[in-house]
Design a protein around this ligand. Structure first.
Ligand SMILES: O=c1ccn([C@@H]2O[C@H](COP(=O)(O)OP(=O)(O)O[C@H]3OC[C@@H](O)[C@H](O)[C@H]3O)[C@@H](O)[C@H]2O)c(=O)[nH]1
Length: 233
């Protein structure tokens, strides 16, 4: 087994976060989930409740938090367009104050931090597929700005903390995700299409249908969870 680490996962009750929690728990780490349950669900992580290596704190990252950890995975933020557009000011706060709080914590406790960024930092891109070197084509006052500009400044903050304060950071630009535990009302295209097909309803294609996306399947086998609990008990 790898060296055991104390790991904070913000947004750990969310769709992507909870799969990450499963992986970290299965590797034997001590995991603390911080989530305000805006889009995250307790059901996504309830299989770990009672495990000695597992903790949940109901907390909104726009407020500071103090915990002793070795690593931080900062995933807290609604990712689906209808969810992050529901309260754009809150989305901006999450991506500015929330990321600053996580980076401040990382600096204080000398933890490595990974920030979940997004393909939306490329905005409405003029090149396909997008290379990491591409700087994007973003409308700063468009309906997506709260999220895409929010994530862009989150990335900026990560690298400012890295260069100025020596914080060890990683940024992952995650594209359009789908998989088990996705909320049926997530509102993104894959779950919308699947649910419409299951209900025998018309498929809603926005615009002229010529848009393209890169999709990413997210899952940790539930076998891992079963095997680990069996080993512990
Ligand atoms: O029912 C639908 C839903 C969506 N769409 C279209 O399908 C495309 C994908 O839309 P989605 O709602 O799934 O989400 P987007 O790809 O725009 O953004 C999402 O995925 C990328 C992530 O980085 C972002 O966090 C997330 O916002 C868009 O062009 C949208 O207009 C439909 O045609 N019908």
């Amino acid at each position: 087994m790898l060296e055991r680490k104390r790991i904070l996962v913000s947004g750990g009750a969310g769709f992507v976060g909870s799969h990450l929690v499963d992986k970290l728990m299965a590797r034997g780490h001590e995991v603390t989930v911080v989530d305000n349950y805006f889009t995250g669900r307790k059901a996504n992580i309830e299989h770990w409740v009672g495990h000695p290596n597992f903790d949940i704190i109901r907390h909104d990252v726009i407020n500071p938090i103090m915990v002793e950890v070795d690593q931080i995975y900062h995933l807290a933020c609604p990712a689906s367009p209808p969810h992050y557009q529901y309260n754009p000011i809150k989305t901006i706060k999450t991506n500015t104050m929330g990321t600053l709080n996580m980076l401040g914590l990382a600096r204080r406790v000398r933890a490595r931090l990974l920030m979940a960024s997004t393909s939306e930092v490329y905005g409405d891109p003029e090149m396909h597929p997008q290379q990491e070197e591409y700087w994007g084509h973003v409308n700063p006052i468009g309906p997506r700005a709260c999220y895409d500009e929010g994530k862009r400044v989150s990335e900026t903050m990560c690298y400012a903390y890295a260069h100025q304060a020596g914080v060890d950071v990683r940024v992952a630009r995650i594209f359009n995700t789908f998989g088990p535990r996705m909320h049926p009302k997530d509102g993104r295209v894959v779950s919308n299409f699947i649910i419409q097909a299951l209900k025998n309803e018309p498929i809603t294609i926005y615009g002229d249908g010529s848009q393209t996306r890169s999709f990413q399947y997210v899952e940790v086998s539930s076998l891992w969870i079963f095997m680990f609990w069996t080993y512990i008990l």
